[in-house]
Design a protein around this ligand. Structure first.
Ligand SMILES: Nc1ncnc2c1ncn2[C@@H]1O[C@H](COP(=O)(O)OP(=O)(O)OP(=O)(O)O)[C@@H](O)[C@H]1O
Ligand SMILES: [Mg+2]
Length: 373
């Protein structure tokens, strides 16, 4: 079992607030990814769960038991670090068996467990070698095997793939997904790589500045980001974000900015002008001949092979379109773009929070402006 709960957990380093009032409930068997920019507190949060450091306040529960003060050894968790931390003088077999030897298992029990885990991770042929005689990916698998041999309730991993080259990284990513499916244990996985997060996570907790900005499935974070921070973090190229104003025209709300006038499909008899940030994903903008919502000028066109990235300027705002190739657009030429109302994300300019409405709650019916989610 491996349900992990954090309740109002904070961590101060002197005057630095590394973690601020984090609540997180990780279900047994989840693959939860802690994602966020450098310095946002991902490793600190993982080390708190591992028991390597103590929270300044708050509680940590494992399967309902308060483990806040429990030493790391007594927690049913295995940690895998970016640096592998293998013992260079020991063979692969001895490295993998190490956690069992230090727990005084019998020789035969250790040999059986090591053989079973090595077979799972395709390491059987390498058991006699030392770490220096292995590739980066093989070392990574040995570190994983050493974590697995104890059969822990949960695996805690801090950027375990960051030392691998791009090809090996993608292969190991697939292996980890399969491994998780097969053994069904809880994985808590730290990365700043959004592709790793999107492909591996059952849920992502996106962190910023010591806080969790949004928790949800990869699709939830991508499709309904709660804030401009989440909107701008996930997606490559990132979501187009620009300042605009919501105004009412002929009974409908529009998002208006220089070169931009997008009907939002929201009825309104009258609506106060509201400063907003508009978000549109590059793949949701279509180059058209007529009925443009955005009138812009092409600045550059990047050929990605199957697609093109068309960089445009609307007013003073640089925007990016992802379109099938060839788009027949030319640098310096004017371009017309259409956007569907449902593909427009609206955020409050002051708070950066997502603005919402529901069909029953449109401004026309209730007279209330867009509200902050
Ligand atoms: N031992 C420490 N003493 C003082 N400050 C620390 C310590 N460890 C981390 N910090 C600070 O706490 C904050 C969070 O650090 P943390 O290592 O958790 O970030 P991270 O999200 O893992 O970043 P990265 O992606 O670069 O690994 C940072 O501002 C960091 O400088
Ligand atoms: Mg870190």
């Amino acid at each position: 079992m491996g349900r992990i709960q954090l309740e109002s957990v904070s961590k101060m380093y002197g005057n630095t607030q590394a973690i601020e009032d984090v609540d997180l409930d990780i279900a047994d068997g989840e693959f939860l990814v802690l994602l966020g920019p450098s310095g946002c507190g991902k490793s600190t949060l993982l080390r708190l769960v591992a028991g390597l450091i103590q929270p300044s306040s708050g509680r940590i529960l494992l399967d309902g038991n308060d483990i806040t003060a429990a030493p790391p050894r007594s927690r049913d968790l295995a940690m895998v670090f970016q640096s592998y931390a293998l013992y260079p003088h020991l063979t692969v077999a001895k490295n993998i068996g190490f956690p069992l030897r230090s727990r005084r298992f019998s020789r035969t029990a250790i040999a059986d467990s090591v053989a079973a885990v090595a077979a799972t991770l395709d390491l059987s042929e390498l058991l006699g070698r030392r770490p220096a005689e292995l590739s980066g990916g093989q070392r990574q698998r040995v570190a994983l095997a050493r974590a697995m041999v104890r059969d822990p309730g949960a695996f805690l991993m801090d950027e375990p793939l960051s030392n691998l080259d791009a090809k090996l990284r993608s292969a190991t990513r697939t292996e980890l997904i399969e491994l998780h499916r097969r053994i069904g244990a809880t994985f808590v996985y730290v990365t700043h790589d959004q592709v790793e997060a999107m492909t591996m996570a059952t849920r992502i907790a996106l962190m910023d500045n010591g806080r969790i900005e949004q928790v949800g499935t990869p699709a939830e974070l991508y499709d309904t980001p709660r804030s401009t921070f989440v909107a701008g973090f996930l997606g490559a190229p990132p979501m187009n974000l620009f300042d605009a104003t919501v105004t009412e025209s002929r009974g409908e709300l529009h998002a208006v900015a220089p070169g931009v006038n997008i009907p939002l499909g929201i009825e309104a008899d009258s609506h106060p002008e509201h400063p907003i940030v508009v978000g549109i994903r590059p793949e949701k903008m279509q180059v058209v001949d007529t009925h443009a919502h955005v009138e812009a000028v092409v600045t550059t066109v990047e050929n990605l092979g199957s697609e093109e990235l068309i960089h445009i300027r609307a007013g003073s705002n640089p925007l990016c379109i992802r379109a099938p190739r060839p788009s027949n657009t030319e640098p310096g030429a004017p371009v017309a773009v259409s956007v569907r109302p449902e593909d427009v994300h609206l955020f409050d300019r002051d708070s950066g929070r997502r603005l919402m409405w529901t069909p029953e709650n449109t401004p026309a019916r209730t007279g209330t402006p867009l509200f902050v989610a």
